[in-house]
Every structure is written in structure tokens, then in C-alpha cells.
Design a protein around this ligand. Structure first.
Ligand SMILES: *Cc1c(COP(=O)(O)O)cnc(C)c1O
Length: 449
């Protein structure tokens, strides 16, 4: 009975997979926020290195992973795949459940798979400092780690409420040498404006993005980095699925269903895109994106152009969106509280290649506890959405008497999110109504294209 499916270091993929080469319909181009014309490389070069801009627009199927990035990947890659024997038994399902575990990275999630190449390409371009934003701290800590590995300074604008309430990831960022500010700060025009109007403003991801982008745009030695949504981020994450394919092959299996939680879409894309290539070529396979019922981007959003940030500074992207100024309820899965999803994921969903499901958080935590009590690992609240959907698929198989193979992405561990578990165990966790009115309002403020 095999539990862990392990690959040697030599089996780390040498190239990333670019799904753009195989999509039946390419995503619509990003538009300049002012002119509404497609953005060119020159629009992006003040804040991104050219190598990443090229990856952003590339339709080349395979893109080489630089040697220096591969060397760092060996610190935690290949990541293990597990067969969830004990969970299967607890559920009494004939289905086989596998999970790919990305919590083994130093930052505890899949995010270093992209922060490391992003730091690498910036270093190559002579950039001295990266400015970025973070909510609860997962992306900020992945970027801080990558900066320390390549000798690049990292400045993190961390949403003020999280800075005060969730100190552990901030301490991790500082341990890796990053400078962390509680946003809004008095260091940027955007921050000062907000503080002038409201000195006690608790901050938001949208504000923090505006501050980090302004910091990068106004310093010639500084660039900006984003942890999800963009094409190059999803590209880097495909190491997950490419390894998973080899691991499945090693054990002589192939997934009928692939599940990933979806905040911006990067971990879902990372695991599923290499398999979706097979689906596009005729293979039977379902891919499920799982989102919170209180921020139901794919299941309830509209497919249209919207800004990536609250202030409307970023290019307009073609996405399923709830409106760029929609503020989702304060659920514990902070990484899933984004108003839209990656254009690549949205196009594939629109074309019926990906399905979507939404769950309220108490159901998600119930699944997380069942997982922790059978498999041991305490999952991140975000990843627990995938756990819940995988369990439901396994129970469907039980009902239908089907021996399907289910593969999900355990995108991170929850050891820095234990307050969320405390709240659940103490019965303090509540489900939020689907905020229909607020979403309708936010959608009414979308730019007309
Ligand atoms: C950030 C994060 C997510 C959500 O981001 P995606 O881009 O949708 O992957 C999911 N899981 C964990 C553990 C995260 O840190």
C-alpha cells in the first residue's frame, strides 16, 4: 500500500507549460486603463522586467526554467503526492483520492514557485528592490523568501488590520529580511491621501496594491510583483501539474477529477493546466475550481473587462468579476477574497473546460477537520475549499458506486492560520449571506467597454 509518491530531484520539470499555445480561444488582451487600447510592453516596463513581460504575452508551449531557479526549486521540489488512504476509509468511498502537497515550501504554500523566478528575472534585469502588497501575508512571505535567496530588497505593503492581527507572517517576512509597512502608509501619495481623509483606515488589498505600484513606478531601481492572476504567474505554477503527471504515471493512474481552490486561480492552474492539455486533445477529465460562497467570482460574477485593483490603476483585464470595489466579507480564507480571477482561468471556464463550485466557510472547516483527523496535515483555510470539494466528489462516487480517481491541490498548510481553527472550534465562525446587493452595486460601477 503506497502512501507517498515521491520523485527524485532530477525529475523536477525543466520547462514550464504555457496553456496559451493550446487554448481553443485565447483570452482577450489587457487594455490600458486610460486609453482602453491593448497595452504594449512599454506600458508595463516601468514595473516589470522584460523577461516576465515576454512570458505574459508568449504563446510558446514550453518555456525553459532557468538553471538558477531549478537549483532553488530543489529546496522543496518535487513536492510529494499522497494517496489519502485514511480519508478514503473514513468516507467509505470506492474513489481513490490523491493530493499534491505544496505546503512543503519554506513559506508553506505554492507561492514560492513563482516568487523565486520573479526575483530571478528582476535580479537579471539589475533591479535592486521589489515592492509588493500582501493581505494576510502568504504572498509577502513568499516574496520575502525569494528576495533573500537572490539578494534583492523587498518592501511589503501589508494591509493594516492583518499587520496588527496576524503578526506571525510579518515576523517571517522580517526574518527573511523584508521591510514590512502597515498600509495605508504615509510613504506614498496614495496612502497619504487615504490617511488624510481617514486616519484610522484599516487598509485593504486594493489600497496596498496602489501603494506598491506607486512605489515601483516612482523608483527606477524598483519593480513590482504580483502573486496570482497574471499569465506568467500561472505559467510558473505549472511545475505542480507537470510533477503530478509524472507521479500519476509512476503509480499507474490518471485523474478523472482535478480540484483546486480558486482565489486568483494560480494554484488551480498550476495543478490542472498540464492535464487540461490532454483534455483539449480529447481526454475525459473534469477540473473543478472551488471558491467561497461569500466571494463567488466564477459562479456568480460577470465575464467582462474590469480593473485588477480597487483604485483602477491597473490595466483592464477580461475576467469573471464581482466588481473591483466589491469588498468581500472577512472570511478566514483571506487568499480567496479577490474580486476576480486570472484571465486564463476565466476564459477556460467560459469555454466549459473548467467547472466551478462555491461553499460557505463552516462547511469548509468541517471538511478541514475531517482531513486533519484522518490525514494529519492541518490545511490552510484556502486549501480546505479544495478538500471540501474533493470529499463531496468522493461521496458522489460512493453513491454512484464509481471508482473514480480524484486529485486535489493541497496548496498550503494552516499552521499560521490556527486562529481560524480556534474560532471554528469555539463555534464563533459564521457563514455570510451571499452579498447580492453589494455585488450588484459594484458591478454597476464597472467601466463600459
Ligand atoms: C494565496 C493562496 C491561495 C489563493 O491563490 P491562488 O492564486 O488562487 O492559488 C490558495 N491557497 C493558499 C495556501 C494560498 O496561500
Amino acid at each position: 500500500m503506497q502512501t507517498k509518491i515521491i520523485l527524485p530531484d532530477s525529475e523536477i520539470p525543466k520547462q514550464w507549460y504555457n496553456i496559451m499555445a493550446d487554448m481553443p480561444n485565447k483570452p482577450a488582451p489587457p487594455l490600458h486603463p486610460a486609453t482602453k487600447q491593448p497595452v504594449g510592453p512599454d506600458d508595463l516596463s516601468p514595473i516589470f522586467p522584460m523577461a516576465l513581460i515576454e512570458q505574459e504575452v508568449s504563446d510558446q508551449r514550453w518555456i525553459d526554467i532557468p538553471e538558477d531557479v531549478l537549483k532553488i526549486y530543489t529546496l522543496w521540489r518535487p513536492s510529494p503526492m499522497y494517496r489519502a488512504h485514511r480519508l478514503e476509509e473514513a468516507l467509505g468511498t470506492p474513489a481513490k483520492i490523491y493530493y499534491k502537497y505544496e505546503g512543503v515550501s519554506p513559506a508553506g504554500s505554492h507561492k514560492p514557485n513563482t516568487s523565486v523566478p520573479q526575483a530571478y528575472y528582476n535580479k537579471q534585469a539589475g533591479v535592486k528592490r521589489i515592492a509588493t502588497e500582501t493581505g494576510a501575508g502568504q504572498w509577502g512571505s513568499a516574496m520575502a523568501l525569494a528576495g533573500s535567496l537572490f539578494g534583492i530588497d523587498v518592501t511589503v505593503y501589508m494591509v493594516k488590520v492583518s499587520y496588527n492581527q496576524k503578526p506571525y507572517r510579518r515576523i517571517a517576512m522580517e526574518t527573511w529580511g523584508a521591510e514590512v509597512f502597515a498600509s495605508p502608509t504615509d510613504k506614498t501619495e496614495a496612502g497619504r491621501k487615504i490617511l488624510e481623509a481617514d486616519p484610522d483606515n484599516p487598509g485593504s488589498l486594493g489600497i496596498a496594491i496602489s501603494e506598491a505600484v506607486e512605489d515601483a513606478a516612482t523608483h527606477s531601481d524598483t519593480n513590482y510583483a504580483l502573486g496570482s492572476v497574471l499569465n506568467h504567474v500561472l505559467l510558473h505554477q505549472t511545475v505542480i501539474g507537470l510533477e503530478a503527471k509524472k507521479q500519476m504515471e509512476l503509480i499507474g493512474d490518471y485523474p478523472d477529477v482535478i480540484v483546486g481552490c480558486c482565489g486568483g486561480g494560480s494554484n488551480l492552474a498550476g495543478l490542472s493546466f498540464p492535464f487540461l492539455q490532454d483534455k483539449i486533445n480529447g481526454k475525459q477529465l473534469r477540473v473543478i475550481a472551488v471558491e467561497p460562497a461569500s466571494c463567488p467570482t466564477l459562479t456568480k460574477g460577470e465575464f467582462r473587462y474590469d480593473f485588477g485593483d480597487t483604485a483602477g490603476l491597473t490595466p483592464l483585464l477580461m475576467m469573471y468579476t464581482l466588481g473591483h470595489d466589491f469588498v468581500p466579507p472577512g472570511i478566514h480564507a483571506g487568499g480567496l477574497r479577490y474580486h476576480a480571477d486570472a484571465p486564463l482561468v476565466c476564459q477556460l471556464y467560459h469555454d466549459g473546460l473548467i467547472e466551478a463550485k462555491a461553499y460557505p466557510q463552516t462547511a469548509v472547516f468541517e471538511a478541514a477537520l475531517q482531513f486533519a483527523r484522518s490525514e494529519g496535515i492541518i490545511p490552510a483555510p484556502e486549501s480546505s475549499h479544495a478538500v471540501k470539494a474533493a470529499i463531496d466528489e468522493a461521496l458522489r462516487c460512493k453513491e454512484e458506486g464509481k471508482e473514480e480517481t480524484i486529485l486535489f491541490n493541497l496548496s498550503g498548510h494552516g499552521y499560521l492560520d490556527l486562529q481560524a481553527y480556534a474560532d471554528y472550534l469555539e463555534g464563533k465562525l459564521v457563514d455570510y449571506e451571499y452579498p447580492e446587493e453589494k455585488i450588484k452595486e459594484a458591478l454597476s460601477r464597472l467601466p463600459q467597454i
